[in-house]
Design a protein around this ligand. Structure first.
Ligand code: FAD
Length: 377
């Protein structure tokens, strides 16, 4: 009988689970170890005693093109509830205004009325620094919306979020938000925007429900365990694996503060703070359409306080990509490529911020490349 391959996957997040499912369907025995007491990694959600579905590690919104291969894969494990995400920013005067910046935002801030998109475009051109060729996130703000809007919406938020002056952040970090000239108040542009009907955790449980997948929760990775397997996929911090020999890779983390609030509904599920307080945003969970029936007494509102990873140990959220951290990562990447039976994956193995849909695409490819490689042996 042909030797049935045995593979270890460390981390039951979306990345590790995607690889696990593809390999299991190709008759590979997969063993997953996960240090937390639950699967799903950072997309873990649960229903609390108030009957609200809470995303334990911050609000997760799925958005992609309808034709995405990742969506096709995920749709095997969940039904969807359509949901177009809305965010509003809280201003100093207590009013809120839509984000991303659009026609209505400009009218709210500058006390103007625009009759058409051309007017909005001309106005934006008059307040932004059109001639600036941006070399960092701060300059990108100035070039795309001008200093007044940057000072209200982006500079304080970015400083809190990253713990760095936006001048020190590469353009890619500031380039994520569009600026609109119409009155579209959706946060994303993609033609598919939804939430899993029964939550992300259920979706991952369905993905991992396969005769060839075994899961061990509450189990930390211990060096050397991979010698019992033909191959290992590790979604663990790559610098930690190599005992930080080239230095520590910086991460931002977030502390989540849940509050019971008895006031009326927020004007949008997520409100961004523009002030200099420690909070970046707050979320009202029962406004998301896959939350259960809301309790009439109170709403659970989660406030986010970004922090350095040392203030929230083990909770690796956002890689802080700077020239220096990129150089350190390249050294770890190089030595990792010498390990023939180990593949690093996931956000912390690849040291890359990855949204859910790209995470699925990247890890479908990693799994399929592996299958192709072993078929050649
Ligand atoms: C605050 C926040 C908000 C986000 N919002 C969105 C959003 O709105 N839309 C979107 O598309 N994406 C969003 N994302 C990105 C999304 O969370 C990721 O795409 C997804 O979680 C990727 O999963 P992963 O498996 O790579 O990593 P993770 O989910 O981190 O999974 C890694 C797993 O490995 C485990 N592990 C680590 N080390 C060990 C060890 N030594 N031993 C055993 N197990 C270990 C961890 O416990 C974890 O379960 C957000 C991310 C964050 C942090």
């Amino acid at each position: 009988m042909l030797h049935q391959k045995k593979v270890l996957i460390v981390g039951a997040g979306l990345s590790g689970s995607t690889i696990a499912r593809v390999l299991a369907e190709n008759e590979i025995k997969v063993e997953i170890i996960e240090k937390r007491n639950h699967v799903a990694g950072n997309i873990f959600d649960f229903v609390n005693s108030n009957n609200e579905r809470i995303h334990k590690y911050g609000p997760h919104l799925l958005h992609c093109e309808r034709s995405s291969k990742a969506l096709k894969f995920l749709s095997r494990f969940t039904e969807w509830v359509n949901y177009e995400h809305k965010v509003r920013a809280l201003l100093k005067n207590g009013q809120t205004t839509p984000l991303p910046i659009n026609k209505i935002t400009l009218e709210d801030i500058f006390g103007k009325k625009f009759s058409n998109e051309n007017d909005v475009r001309n106005f934006l051109d008059s307040i932004r620094n059109k001639n600036l060729v941006a070399k960092n996130t701060d300059e990108l703000f100035e070039a795309s919306v001008g200093n007044k809007l940057a000072d209200i919406f982006f500079r304080p938020y970015t400083r809190k979020m990253w713990g760095l002056d936006p001048k020190k952040l590469s353009i890619s970090i500031g380039a994520r938000l569009p600026v609109r000239t119409d009155d579209n108040v959706n946060y994303f542009n993609d033609n598919f925007q939804a939430l899993p009907k029964y939550g992300y955790t259920k979706m991952i449980e369905e993905m991992l429900f396969h005769k060839n997948i075994k899961i061990n929760l509450n189990t930390n990775y211990v060096r050397g365990i991979e010698s019992d397997f033909d191959h290992s996929f590790l979604s663990i911090p790559i610098d930690e694996f190599f005992d930080f020999k080239f230095g520590k890779l910086p991460y931002r983390s977030i502390i989540f503060e849940d509050r019971k609030e008895f006031s009326s509904d927020l004007p949008a599920p997520v409100i961004n703070f523009t002030d200099n307080s420690k909070y970046t945003r707050k979320t009202q969970w029962n406004l998301l359409p896959n939350s259960n029936l809301k309790n009439k007494d109170y709403n659970t509102i989660t406030y986010e306080i970004p922090c350095d990873i040392k203030d929230n140990p083990g909770e690796y959220y956002y890689p802080v990509r700077t020239d220096e951290s990129n150089q350190i990562f390249q050294k770890y990447k190089k030595v990792s490529q010498e390990l023939k039976n180990i593949t690093f994956c996931g956000r912390t193995g690849l040291y890359k911020y990855i949204d859910m849909v790209p995470a699925v695409l990247i890890h479908l490819k990693i799994a399929n490349d592996f299958l192709e490689k072993i078929s050649l042996i």
